[in-house]
Design a protein around this ligand. Structure first.
Ligand SMILES: [Zn+2]
Ligand SMILES: [Zn+2]
Length: 157
């Protein structure tokens, strides 16, 4: 692939981001479960539960730490897509699911992604620690939304 833009640093970052590749549907390995104009949901490559999917925005964003109150609706849409995929896959007990984000530095890929797991009681014992609510590593979608309500967007001059 040739590249002539002298100012393509931002592009370079995106080019090498595996989730950007999946979200733009250039990675053929990923098993995409659902997509729309804004979001893509695919199977986690190392599933920790019978159902384990990731929802990512097509647009590159670093992590949940990059978000503010202006992103609450985005987080809600990500959660909705995750729940829709679970229902599509036959999950009926929507109380026995876990939706959340890893918090830096406990993130494996620097592209915002929502983990969607079900059922909760079948999350692998060995991987459970990665998805424990109220730890420094993991924040549930609900806790993040509450937290974002108090986090105003940076002021633009
Ligand atoms: Zn990315
Ligand atoms: Zn993750």
């Amino acid at each position: 692939m040739s590249r002539n833009h002298p100012d393509s640093n931002e592009d370079d970052k995106v080019e090498t981001c595996i989730f950007c590749l999946i979200a733009s549907e250039r990675d053929k390995e990923a098993e995409i479960m659902k997509k729309d104009k804004e979001l893509v949901c695919f199977k986690d490559i190392n599933p920790a539960a019978p159902h384990h999917y990731l929802v990512v925005p097509r647009q590159h964003m670093h992590s949940c730490s990059s978000l503010n109150s202006g992103h609450i609706s985005l987080v809600k849409r990500m959660a909705e897509m995750g729940k829709t995929v679970l229902r599509d896959q036959g999950v009926t007990n929507m109380k026995d699911i876990r939706l959340g984000f890893h918090q830096p530095p406990y993130i494996s890929v620097n592209h915002l992604h929502l983990h969607v797991l079900a059922p909760t009681n079948k999350i692998s014992e060995y991987l459970m620690y990665k998805f424990m609510p109220k730890t420094v590593a993991f924040i549930t979608e609900e806790s993040l939304t509450m937290h974002l309500k108090n986090k105003a967007p940076p002021v633009k001059y």
